[in-house]
Ligand binder design. Sequence first.
Ligand code: BDP
Length: 603
Amino acid sequence: MLFPKDTLTREVKDLSGIWRFKPDPENKGREEEWYKAPLHDTIPMPVPASYNDITQDAALRDHIGDVWYEQTFIAPRSWSGDRIVLWVGGACHHAVVWVNGAEAAAHKGGFLPFEADITELIVHGQENRVTIVVNNVLSWQTLPPGRIKTFDDEKHPEGYRVQEYFHDFFNYAGLHRPVKLYRTSQSYIKDITTTADVQAGTGIVYYTVEASRPEGEVRVRLLDEDGITVATSKGSSGTLRVENARLWKPLQAYLYSFHAEVWGADGEREDHYQLQIGIRTVKVEGTRFLINGEPFYFKGFGKHEDSDIRGKGVDQTVNVKDMNLLRWINANSFRTSHYPYAEELLDLADREGIVVIGEVPAVGFTFFNYNDKVYAPDKANDETLAHHLEVLTALIARDKNHPSVVMWSLANEAANFQEESVPYFRQLADTARRLDPHRPITIVQWPLPDKCRVSQFFDVICVNRYYSWYQDPGALELVEHQVEWELKGWFRTFGKPVIMSEYGADAIAGFHQDPPVMFTEEYQQELLTRYHNVFDRLDFVIGEHVWAFADFATKQGITRVGGNKKGIFTRQRQPKAAAHMLRRRWSEMGDYSVKISKEHDQK
Ligand code: BDP
């Protein structure tokens, strides 16, 4: 899906701002058709933002079910006769949209955009009303999964229920990303796909432009960063060749502008869209992850979309700060744990040369116990798989043109030790390869190597492990022995490159003790250092992603003191002691690993 943009032919009206908001604790709004008339008794609610932390009301923070948003807009007079589309960047987790009381769209899944052609639903020359109901209930058929727990005992009041979920971040909800209105002409570009190759210094861009009217003439142009046209072509698919192409490289991004136009027989430009693309290749070869043929070592983090007050609401101030922190700490990559992030951040990553592993919101599909079945008819079943495939497809469709995205992660910590998970992940892996033959794929592991049944489908082994934290808490002296034992096990069993995709320890900022004890900044730093000693000895380790970039909100529980504190930065983005250690380590590594630079020295 193309992000709404102003172009030579398109115009965007951003509906972000203050919306009218009404919680629906009794879940009666749909039955009472609240969308038919303006909502009453509303409170102001910012969009984009999670609604949970905006008021002082714990009931709204912990609300389960529907909430209603409403906004009015006037379609510009100049848009009349055009095709008008309403785009919703992300509604967590399910939404139905009405325009002037008529249903325009329904969508399941909180982390990807959807849109609807509302040309016929709006009235020009007067105010139009958009109503969106957003529901946050998680079940075994959603990503991430969850279940509503009810209590049949005397200790709980009748009807009391809680939303259970198995992932470690707060179930923020609402309109997390902007809502936009845009116009195109009736003949428009539906989609663009670009892929790149490099042959003897020549950059080759293969493109496909899908136009709504196949008889329209498609013209494409590629411009360099100085705005100079370096290649042109005609036709809905074709090839652009760029002599001496400037490559998109980690931390040294170079972006070309890809312009696509559709022209009518009368010589009129009917639509124009422009994408920033990078010319680069990605490939896994032996134990190496190659970007432009050069071995790449992932230095960085698992992140979250999470910040004070706004929860999971997109905020470009936070996004730019995070990018600056990644550069400051000499990181070169992050994983969009545990769901697709807003495209606004991917655009920044493209620009900054930050490498991204894009993840599907399949998190919480294990109970961390080899005996519990998750892939079962009453839990993750065929309907779950169908939705997982749908989300994977939508993710690839949205992010396929971002040069920063180099790999897809199809799940985080799933029960892929179960026999039933094998056909499940085979189908997902096959689908990812069919939709995107150019990017490697991975699954982020919880089981130990001898228990994992699905790694044969993937290119890279990503491992999350918390030695001397959840296992043998406090025993820092065990870290190196255990990490080395496990990582060697992965390599021996599958012979594939390994990224440590999560490792870390909670540290309460300002909490100190020496010798280190758990939850102190010293302990976090010491634990990470011991992991690093192992990575530096093992040639097949191709990356280290510390968990986590910043502290983040979780549900309340006895293991979480005001959220997860494994951040290297606080939730307010201030560095803990380990940040300075990482900054030194990653600076010494340069853009590639210590191991690789040693190899180079030997040559
Ligand atoms: C891993 C999860 C991550 C958690 C982390 C932790 O992938 O989402 O936040 O553990 O417990 O299991 O800190």
